[in-house]
Design a protein around this ligand. Structure first.
Ligand code: 5GP
Ligand code: MN
Length: 334
């Protein structure tokens, strides 16, 4: 972190403040981990923080410490708008552009108080008084650990804060597999374990928590998978009918996209998930190595993300969306 940013934050946090902390829409482990980790840290430092998620967070994160205090904007717009309007300071975590919060963007755009961004996505928008943005990090949670340490408050990181940080590092690194996982990442993890963070229990809470229906849904997605060996690409689909058939709940499709990369030789994969409520096809893209799915998502599917993990959306039918993808893939030289 830059020295002037550290000083600016220290000044902002010098007196107790009402602080709203915001993850991106459909928060994942890193978004929830970083916002809740920051929540517990600010609480410990006599502030009045509240995490406001744009929409519901997945069930498999409901065990996280403090998750019961999280307000859901899309379920309680009036109350959340009040809290935002009364806040002295806003933190936005794990996203780089205000449109990533959906409808809540309209409220945020009108606020006059300072924003602080902590994020590891490319091309951050310029809306924050302090922008701590660094794409070299594998997770916002690892950045939060650095952020707290840079403020000279490393000793505040306890088992609770550590549990939140551990969760985001674990989930965003694909269980310490992705290339941005460094020796420093592992040293932080080691420190967290020494603080009592349950490093064997947390993965079980996250990953051994499936329903039978979820596994059946995964089975369907695997059966729907198509492969283009020449382009080293796979993709799969889940329609709203299929989601309904398997009594889908939020979070059930998390991680399914990664299976496409587990086939030998495949370096690019996608999943297309129909959402009839939002009238979109939600797209997740993953790659291994140099193929940049962030650029692909930005260029063709109104999205973004990172080089090896990105997403986007399509507003035409599943058939048309998949056709467009197949046409693009047929021209790829990977
Ligand atoms: P996921 O596929 O897990 O939803 O997202 C993978 C990565 O891409 C995450 O870093 C996420 O923030 C980013 N991402 C997913 N969907 C979108 C989108 O619609 N727009 C942008 N800009 N980024 C996205
Ligand atoms: Mn993240």
């Amino acid at each position: 972190m830059k020295e002037q940013d550290i000083q600016a934050i220290q000044l902002l946090l010098a007196t107790p403040k009402k602080i709203a902390i915001i993850p991106h829409r459909s928060p994942d482990g890193d978004a929830m981990g970083s916002t809740l980790g920051l929540y517990h840290f600010l609480l410990k430092n006599n502030h009045h923080p509240v995490v406001i998620s744009p929409n519901e967070f997945p069930d498999f994160l409901a065990w996280m410490p403090g998750s019961e205090t999280v307000k859901i904007f899309e379920k309680d717009k009036k109350n959340c708008t009040n809290i935002l309007e009364e806040a002295d300071l806003i933190f936005t975590l794990d996203f780089n552009a205000l449109h990533r919060v959906g409808e809540m963007e309209n409220v945020l755009n009108k606020l006059k108080v300072p924003f602080v961004m902590i994020d590891h996505h490319q091309s951050p928008d310029d809306y924050a008084a302090v922008t701590y943005s660094d794409t070299s990090f594998g997770s916002t949670c690892e950045m939060l650990y650095n952020f707290i340490a840079a403020l000279g408050k490393k000793s505040d990181i306890d088992k609770t804060i550590g549990t939140c940080i551990y969760t985001g590092i674990l989930t965003d690194s694909g269980s310490f597999r992705f290339p941005k996982t460094t020796g420093t990442t592992h040293r932080i993890i080691a420190d967290l374990i020494d603080l009592g963070v349950e490093n064997s229990e947390i993965p079980a809470l996250l990953y051994d928590n499936s329903s039978y229906d979820r596994l059946q849904l995964l089975g369907r997605a695997l059966q729907n998978m198509k492969i283009f060996p020449e382009q080293k690409t796979t993709y799969t689909t889940l329609t709203q009918d299929e989601l309904d058939h398997f009594n889908h709940i939020k979070g059930d499709t998390e991680g399914i996209v990664n299976y496409g990369l587990s086939i030998k030789g495949i370096v690019f994969t996608a999943i297309f998930i129909e959402n009839t409520d939002e009238k979109i096809i939600k797209i997740s893209l993953r790659s291994q190595g140099n193929f940049d799915v962030n650029l692909f998502a930005r260029a063709h599917f109104n999205g973004g993300g990172h080089r090896n993990a990105a997403g986007g959306k399509s507003e035409v039918s599943m058939e048309e969306t998949v056709k467009k993808f197949e046409d693009l893939v047929s021209k790829l030289k990977i």
